[in-house]
Design a protein around this ligand. Structure first.
Ligand SMILES: C[S@@+](CC[C@H](N)C(=O)[O-])C[C@H]1O[C@@H](n2cnc3c(N)ncnc32)[C@H](O)[C@@H]1O
Length: 295
């Protein structure tokens, strides 16, 4: 975007230029990202960009936009640049201290809601392990108005973001946020549901991750030892002692981890039934392990 031609920089032209620039940088969601950044600079929604595509940008708007475009071109995720991301129809605050909420994780929320409703639990006690931004915890509390929830994370900085999101969506009175390693802060407590989207990426695959993820998202949120299975293994082993009967352990898992996880969440571990729910790409994505009468 050169200075001389500044008067010609309409919304449409700016978007076309940025899309090509982002494509050159290897960014797949080039057009969407350009629109999100420009809409944010203008303080409008994306529809406005289409209905005002001949509107020229002021010098101040151009400068502000250029700064954001530079950050994205260096592969910083849009969610960190804007400080927010949509999840399950709500807007969540995010910072580099937390994983950017992913659409796949909405399946996990959906499965927990289905299980709670099928079991007629009016006021379930829920535990969210590795809450990060709190997107799972806050969404469940919004959708289940009588539920109470404990959310843990080993990262105190993540818990600050989780609290902000609970406050943003008016559920802070029903959430308890605890710092610590998995179940360590929870001695003697029992829950109807334990939900977790744990770190499950194999550290050996780090170099194949997109730079947006590898260079910007917290490694504590991404990687787990033992080919990505170390935290899932502990969740399967330790969760039954904290589950009521009936009780549900619901975890997001990585591509290709189903068989290994099925072997961990078996009868010997204390679960009566285990099943897996695929995501939109048909990849088994959610483990549902139930502690029931037979366990
Ligand atoms: C994949 S992120 C999930 C964040 C959020 N729940 C979501 O779905 O977007 C995993 C989270 O687990 C936390 N974590 C990693 N190891 C942990 C441990 N041993 N105990 C508790 N939390 C842990 C990380 O700090 C991170 O916030």
């Amino acid at each position: 975007m050169s200075e001389q031609a500044s008067e010609l920089w309409t919304i449409q032209r700016v978007l076309v230029w940025t899309q090509a620039h982002f494509r050159d940088k290897g960014i797949e969601s080039a057009r969407l990202d350009a629109e999100l950044l420009l809409a944010s600079v203008l303080g409008k929604d994306r529809v406005y960009l289409y209905t005002h595509n001949e509107q020229p940008l002021s010098a101040v708007e151009r400068d502000a936009y250029r700064t954001l475009v530079k950050r994205r071109a260096q592969r910083e995720p849009v969610a960190y640049i804007l400080g927010q991301r949509e999840f399950y129809g709500r807007t969540f605050t995010v910072s580099p201290a937390v994983l950017v909420p992913r659409p796949e994780t909405e399946h996990l929320v959906e499965e927990v809601l289905g299980w709670v409703r099928r079991h007629g639990l009016e006021a379930p006690e829920i535990l969210d392990i590795g809450t990060g931004s709190g997107c799972i915890a806050t969404t469940l509390l919004c959708e289940l108005p009588q539920a109470r929830l404990v959310a843990t994370d080993v990262s105190p900085a993540a818990l600050v973001v989780a609290r902000r999101n609970a406050e943003r969506h008016d559920v802070a009175a029903r959430i308890e946020l605890l710092a610590g390693d998995l179940f360590a802060p929870l001695t003697g407590r029992v829950f109807d549901v334990i939900v977790s989207n744990p770190p499950y990426v194999d550290p050996a695959t780090e170099s194949s991750l997109p730079p947006d993820v590898r260079a910007f998202e917290p490694h504590l949120a991404l990687f787990a030892a033992d080919a990505g299975l170390a935290v899932l293994s502990r969740l399967c082993r330790e969760a039954p002692a904290l589950l009521a009967t009936p009780g549900l352990l619901a975890c997001e898992i990585g591509a290709g981890q189903k068989d290994a996880v099925a072997a961990m969440a078996d009868v010997a571990a204390g679960f009566a039934t285990t099943s897996f729910v695929p995501d939109l790409q048909k990849i088994p994505r959610v483990l549902l392990a139930e502690k029931g009468a037979a366990s």
